[in-house]
Design a protein around this ligand. Structure first.
Ligand code: HEC
Ligand code: HEC
Ligand code: HEC
Length: 434
């Protein structure tokens, strides 16, 4: 069939109408007005109880972790955050009027937290976890605002972001939000306890556990329907916090409470990577809220609420030493010299309550990344004292490190060998140096 001129004209008119509407809708989505500057409110205008509440909530939200540069002033920003799309720098959120949020109204602050839009109307990157903060209640945002506005103002401008070409164009973020940002208020579930609901409110919102523990799609959004199935954070894997968590020892509300509050417990490994600062923050949060988080997360890890301890006990005792030594003789010697003092079954550390390598997550995980990072970086105790492991970054070669981990996996788990381990060690070492 041949198209007549009239057909073509109608078609062209239709297409241009579509384009104009499309641009209109796009501009409408992209456009956010600047909100007026205000004079910095006097610190004494905020209720003290509200400020104290805000301090606790800011602790749950890890604001200080991302908004403080190494050795920098608290909340003054300029911390570099590596992402797959380049490096972002956090802003100054002290109440300095020029370089911080001193001239921001509560409305401007709440819009940033809920919709990821700065006071001047520009779209913010989701490195500020507004996918989660969007669920925080008005009252809680008001308290965090009161806390931040009563801090010491610090004058410090954040450095320019260093993103992949094209991604520095902020209006693109409006499209991202359309795809991935769901602005819904928290809805309590009537069949669950008040404690469980409190935990879910904190976990989904301010604590943004899913920001690291949920896998992300190619666009960088959290995958719907795969909440807590395991994600990535700053060169580490954040293990699954659902029924697929690899630890041999069952997590329950008590062991989660201890881990979240102190960074370690007697059954599981210590928080040595990006989980360290999260636990450090939670150590300053009141016990009731940490327990609520633990109760909710435990219900995700064991919907039956009691786990399967019998199967677990057998796995936690695995020690296939002779088979592992036969396959990796050099590593058996290295392990004896460098690791056994702490990790051989019966070592003083284990006797004094630290877990066996067979019961923790890293050697069981499908991906060797966290085990490699633990050996390269070691473990610093979160406080004055706590579990410590030296870094082996300068003492073993990539090949030796790969052999040690292949040996440890063969000895302390029944999992198949990790493929291409030496190459993985080399890659992770390179990433760490960048
Ligand atoms: C995971 C890291 C991270 C955490 C946690 C985090 N932020 Fe941020 N925040 C950022 C980054 C990065 C930016 C800058 C985003 C950009 O440039 O688009 C930012 C921007 C902001 C802004 C906008 C400032 C401006 O000048 O535009 C505010 C306000 C803010 N954060 C407040 C908070 C508060 C309050 C908390 C705690 C409840 C918090 N952030 C927790 C990373 C974080
Ligand atoms: C900044 C990213 C990040 C955030 C936010 C985060 N985690 Fe983690 N988490 C990790 C990483 C990475 C690990 C792996 C070990 C480590 O870092 O020490 C981990 C480990 C854990 C573990 C131990 C898992 C295992 O099998 O050994 C638990 C439990 C846990 N996190 C719970 C939580 C909860 C609950 C929250 C929210 C209150 C949370 N995490 C928030 C990154 C994060
Ligand atoms: C000074 C004592 C010490 C030495 C030496 C040591 N470690 Fe560790 N290691 C620890 C501690 C403490 C932990 C954290 C577990 C815990 O909370 O008790 C740990 C954790 C680990 C983990 C992570 C477990 C997990 O799932 O998170 C691996 C893997 C590991 N060590 C392997 C080794 C290897 C291999 C060597 C020798 C090259 C070694 N360690 C030497 C103390 C030590």
């Amino acid at each position: 069939m041949k198209l007549s001129k009239r057909h073509l004209a109608v078609g062209a008119a239709f297409v241009s109408a579509m384009i104009v509407t499309g641009i209109g809708i796009a501009a409408w989505i992209v456009y956010e007005p600047a909100l007026p500057e205000i004079a910095r409110p006097s610190p004494s205008s905020f209720d003290r109880g509200l400020v104290a509440k805000g301090e606790q909530l800011a602790t749950v939200g890890d604001c200080i972790v991302c908004h403080t540069a190494p050795h920098g002033a608290p909340f003054a920003g300029a911390r570099a955050l590596p992402t797959p799309f380049g490096t972002l720098f956090s802003n100054n959120i002290t109440p300095d009027e020029k370089t911080g949020i001193g001239a921001w109204s509560l409305a401007a602050f709440s819009r940033a937290m809920r919709q990821g839009v700065g006071r001047d109307g520009s779209h913010l990157y989701p490195a500020l976890p507004y996918e989660h903060f969007t669920h925080v209640s008005d009252d809680d945002l008001k308290a965090i605002y009161a806390f931040l506005m009563t801090r010491q103002p610090v004058s410090q401008q954040a450095p320019e972001n260093q993103l992949l070409p094209g991604l520095g164009f902020r209006p693109l973020l409006a499209g991202w939000k359309l795809l991935f940002l769901r602005q819904t208020a928290f809805e309590p579930q009537a069949n669950e306890s008040a404690e469980w609901n409190r935990g879910k409110y904190l976990v989904d919102g301010l604590a943004h556990c899913g920001g690291c523990h949920t896998p992300r799609n190619l666009g960088g959004g959290e995958e719907k329907g795969r909440e807590f199935a395991g994600g990535v954070a700053e060169g580490w894997n954040a293990p699954a916090l659902d029924t697929t968590n690899p630890s041999a020892a069952t997590w329950n509300a008590d062991s989660l409470f201890a881990y979240l509050k102190t960074g370690s417990n007697r059954e599981h490994s210590a928080a040595g990577g990006p989980m360290g600062p999260v636990a450090e923050g939670l150590s300053r949060l009141n016990d009731a809220d940490v327990r609520a988080i633990a109760v909710y997360v435990a219900s995700r890890m064991h919907p039956s609420r009691d786990g399967a301890p019998a199967a677990v006990a057998a796995e936690a005792g695995i020690d296939n030493r002779s088979a592992a030594a036969a396959a990796h003789p050099e590593a058996d010697l290295l392990f004896e010299g460098a690791c056994s003092g702490c990790h051989a079954p019966g070592a003083p550390m284990n006797v004094n309550g630290r877990p066996l390598l067979s019961s923790t997550s890293d050697l069981k995980a499908d991906d060797p990344r966290n085990a490699v990072q633990t050996l390269l970086r070691g473990i610093e105790p979160p406080g004055e004292k706590g579990p410590y492991m030296p870094s082996f970054s300068n003492t073993v070669t990539d090949r030796q490190l790969a052999e040690l981990l292949a040996y440890a996996r063969a000895r302390f788990t029944n999992k198949p060998a990790w493929p291409d381990l030496e190459a993985a060690v080399g890659d992770i070492r390179k990433e760490n140096a960048e």
